[in-house]
Design a protein around this ligand. Structure first.
Ligand code: PLP
Length: 395
C-alpha cells in the first residue's frame, strides 16, 4: 500500500499489536503440537492455553475456568444466547434484548423466534440508553435470559450494566452482555458487574481476528451447540486455536496495562474530543449521535445533514481516510442504521451519519487530516444536494 492511511475505523477492527503477533508465532512454527497430547511435546501448547486463560481471567476479574475460548464475538454471542435458551426450556422461552444490539445478537434472537422462543426488544432513549425501569416491566416468570450490550459499536453509548443485571437477577433470569466494543476502552470486572456471561472479540482490542471468548460464570449451565470432543471443559468442542488463544491472551494482558495507564486513554479521548469540536465548529448543521458523557472514549458518530454518509466516506477514501457509516457488518446495505433509528433519528439524518473510531495507534495527524479535507467535502456534496439548496432558500 503506497499512500498514507489515516485509520479511524477501530470499531470495525484494530491493528494487531506486534507483541501479540510475537506471542502467536511459536504456535504456527515449532510448537505445533495438539494441546490434548499426553507426551511432553504437547506441554508447550497446553501451557500457552493455560497462560492465556489466566491472562483473560485476570483482565475480567474472573476465575480461569470461567473463560471459554471461541472463534470471535459472533460465536460467543450465539453460544450465550442459544446456550441458555436451549438449556432452560423447562423454565420458559422468553428472552429480552435491546433494539440497538449488534446483528450477532439480533439475528440470533430472530433465529430463536422461528424456533418458538419469544423475544422482547427493549427501546432506547435518544442517546441509546436502555431504561432499567423498562426492563423491569418486560421481565416475566418465563424470562430465561436478558442480553444487553455494554457499549454500542456505532454510537459508543455505554449502558448501566450493573443495574440492568441486578434487575434481571431479582427476576430470576440470566444476564449476558456483549462487551465486544468495551474491551480495552473501559475496565471490565465481571464480579462488580454481577453478570452471568460476557462476550469479547480479540480483533477489537489489538488481538487476532477469528478469536474471542465467553465469560461463563461458575454454575451457569449452557447447552452446547457444537458436538465433538471434550475441549474447553466440555463447553466448546474442537481442537483449540493455539496461536489465536495465545494472541487473545496477550491482547488481554496488554489491554489491562493500557487501561491502568490512565494517560493512554486520556490521549485517545482528547483526540476524539478535538475531532468532535473541529467538526462542530467548521461544518454547519451537524449533530453528534450517542450519549455526550456515557460513551466509550474512542467513538465519534456524527450526522451531517442533507448528504449521504456513503458519499462522504468515498471522498475521504480518496484522501486515505478510513471511517465508517455504521458498523462494518451492515455497511454496503442502503438501510439506515437500526441503532440511529432506535434513537429516534429520522431516516434522512441517519443516512448522513459517519463514525470515526480511535485506538492507541491514532494520532493528531489523523484528526488534522480529517479536518483538512472534510469541511471541503461536505461543502462540495451539499452544493449538489437539492435538499440543502432548498433549505438555504427557505432560510
Ligand atoms: N458484537 C459487537 C458489539 C460488535 O461490534 C461485533 C463486531 O463488529 C461483534 C459482536 C462480532 O464480533 P466478531 O467480529 O468477532 O464476530
Amino acid at each position: 500500500m503506497g499512500n498514507k492511511i489515516y485509520y479511524l475505523d477501530n470499531n470495525a477492527t484494530t491493528k494487531t499489536d506486534p507483541a501479540v503477533l510475537e506471542a502467536m508465532l511459536p504456535y504456527f512454527g515449532e510448537e505445533y503440537a495438539n494441546p490434548s497430547g499426553v507426551y511432553s511435546f504437547a506441554q508447550g501448547a497446553k501451557k500457552a492455553i493455560d497462560d492465556a486463560r489466566e491472562q483473560a481471567a485476570s483482565f475480567l476479574n474472573a476465575d480461569p475456568k470461567e473463560i471459554v475460548f471461541t472463534s470471535g464475538g459472533t460465536e460467543s454471542d450465539n453460544m450465550a444466547i442459544k446456550g441458555i435458551a436451549y438449556a432452560n426450556t423447562d423454565k420458559g422461552r422468553h428472552i429480552i434484548t435491546s433494539k440497538i444490539e449488534h446483528h450477532a445478537i439480533l439475528n440470533t434472537c430472530k433465529y430463536l423466534e422461528k424456533q418458538g422462543f419469544e423475544v422482547t426488544y427493549l427501546p432506547v432513549d435518544k442517546y441509546g440508553i436502555v431504561d432499567p425501569g423498562e426492563l423491569k416491566k418486560a421481565l416475566r416468570k418465563d424470562t430465561v435470559l436478558v442480553s444487553i450490550m455494554y457499549a454500542n459499536n456505532e454510537i459508543g453509548t455505554i449502558q448501566d450494566i450493573s443495574t440492568l443485571a441486578r434487575v434481571t437477577k431479582e427476576a430470576g433470569a440470566y444476564f449476558h452482555t456483549d462487551a465486544v466494543q468495551a474491551a480495552g476502552k473501559t475496565a471490565l470486572d465481571v464480579k462488580e458487574l454481577g453478570i452471568d456471561m460476557l462476550s469479547l472479540s480479540g480483533h477489537k482490542f489489538h488481538g487476532p481476528k477469528g478469536t474471542g471468548l465467553l465469560y461463563l460464570r461458575k454454575g451457569v449451565r449452557i447447552h452446547s451447540f457444537m458436538q465433538g470432543g471434550h475441549h474447553e471443559f466440555n463447553r466448546r468442542a474442537g481442537t483449540e486455536n493455539v496461536p489465536g488463544i495465545a494472541g487473545i491472551g496477550k491482547a488481554c494482558a496488554i489491554a489491562a496495562a493500557h487501561l491502568a495507564d490512565n494517560n493512554d486513554m486520556k490521549r485517545i479521548k482528547a483526540l476524539r474530543d478535538s475531532l468532535e469540536k473541529g467538526i462542530l465548529e467548521k461544518i454547519p448543521d451537524v449533530q453528534v449521535n450517542g450519549h455526550p458523557g456515557k460513551r466509550v472514549d474512542n467513538t465519534l458518530n456524527v450526522s451531517v445533514r442533507h448528504i449521504e454518509g456513503e458519499a462522504m466516506l468515498i471522498h475521504m477514501d480518496f484522501e486515505g481516510i478510513c471511517a465508517s457509516s455504521g458498523s462494518a457488518c451492515t455497511s454496503g446495505s442502503l438501510e439506515p442504521s437500526h441503532v440511529l433509528l432506535a434513537c429516534g433519528v429520522d431516516h434522512e439524518t441517519a443516512h448522513g451519519s459517519i463514525r470515526f473510531s480511535f485506538s492507541k495507534y491514532s494520532s493528531q495527524e489523523d484528526v488534522d487530516k480529517v479536518m483538512e479535507v472534510l469541511p471541503g467535502i461536505t461543502q462540495k456534496l451539499r452544493s449538489m444536494s437539492p435538499m440543502w439548496n432548498e433549505r438555504k432558500k427557505n432560510r
